[in-house]
Design a protein around this ligand. Structure first.
Ligand SMILES: Nc1ncnc2c1ncn2[C@@H]1O[C@H](COP(=O)(O)OP(=O)(O)OP(=O)(O)O)[C@@H](O)[C@H]1O
Length: 253
């Protein structure tokens, strides 16, 4: 369970997060959606301790982020930030092994090699496993970064806009892989998504944020309505249902 209680955050006296409280069950895919500047990345930064917690509390299972050792946190929460600099002189499999660092501390064991091999297969990276990161396309680099996060094998994963640069095939493949991590391996996956239809199709829970506040939380079919889309984005949309999940069409023409 992720428990966020009354988290507020200011930057230079400007309120960025305003009393955010959330209780999110484990073993599900949670999509965090909302307009640009809503505070999604800031919430992730605070949750993953990239920015200090100014007020309130955040707990991942039994671990309160304010009182948990960094080594324990590294085995509890993994984050993909919105922008990442990759060291080009590393090969793909070396980067993935880097994700295992909290376990091997620089001396990989057969179990670490096995985990890396498993993730390479799951994310269909076999053809590029030996290539240098500098030779990969933007979308390929993004897929490799996500695979590294998954190698970290934490119960909680926070991914900020993981579909950036991914084509239709790889977006769907990634969302399915994340869903299988959540439902089969009982990981809790929180993803910031701008593609509202990916959230509608693949998330178990949607959290809507606007101006630093959570305005709605629930199953996609309950919360992704014409009214909430209008409220969230100021967009007039048509919402239809397909196989039990909503499909949102921008009806401004
Ligand atoms: N270092 C900073 N200094 C000043 N303002 C900041 C800083 N970082 C973020 N902000 C502001 O905080 C607000 C929330 O930003 P944040 O990046 O969390 O939004 P977001 O919901 O992730 O947006 P996007 O969808 O555009 O990535 C924005 O208004 C942003 O301009």
């Amino acid at each position: 369970m992720i428990t966020i209680n009354n988290v507020s955050h200011h930057i230079d006296h400007h309120p960025i997060l305003n009393n955010v409280s959330l209780s999110l069950e484990d073993a599900q895919v949670i999509a965090l959606i909302g307009p640009n500047g809503a505070g999604k990345s800031t919430l992730f930064s605070v949750m993953s301790r990239l920015q200090p917690l100014q007020s309130g509390s955040v707990q991942f299972g039994e671990y309160d982020i304010a009182h948990t050792d960094s080594k324990v946190m590294a085995k509890t929460v993994a984050i993909l930030a919105q922008s990442n600099q990759l060291q080009g002189r590393l090969r793909v499999e070396e980067l993935l092994m880097f994700g295992r660092y909290p376990y091997h501390q620089g001396r990989p064991t057969p179990a670490d090699h096995q985990k890396v091999a498993e993730v390479i297969k799951k994310f269909e990276l076999q053809d590029m496993a030996h290539r240098y990161l500098s030779t990969l396309s933007g979308g390929q680099q993004q897929r490799v970064l996500i695979a590294m996060i998954v190698c970290q094998d934490t119960p909680y994963l926070l991914l900020d806009e993981p579909l950036n640069n991914l084509d239709m095939y790889h977006s769907g493949q990634l969302m399915r892989a994340l869903r299988s991590l959540a439902h089969e391996q009982k990981k809790t996956v929180v993803i910031v998504l701008h593609d509202i239809n990916q959230a509608a199709q693949f998330a178990d829970t949607v959290v809507m944020m606007k101006t630093g506040q959570v305005i709605q939380t629930g199953h996609p079919i309950e919360v992704l309505t014409q009214e909430t889309i209008q409220d969230l984005y100021g967009v007039k949309a048509t919402v239809i249902e397909h196989k039990g999940y909503p499909v949102i069409i921008d009806s401004r023409v």
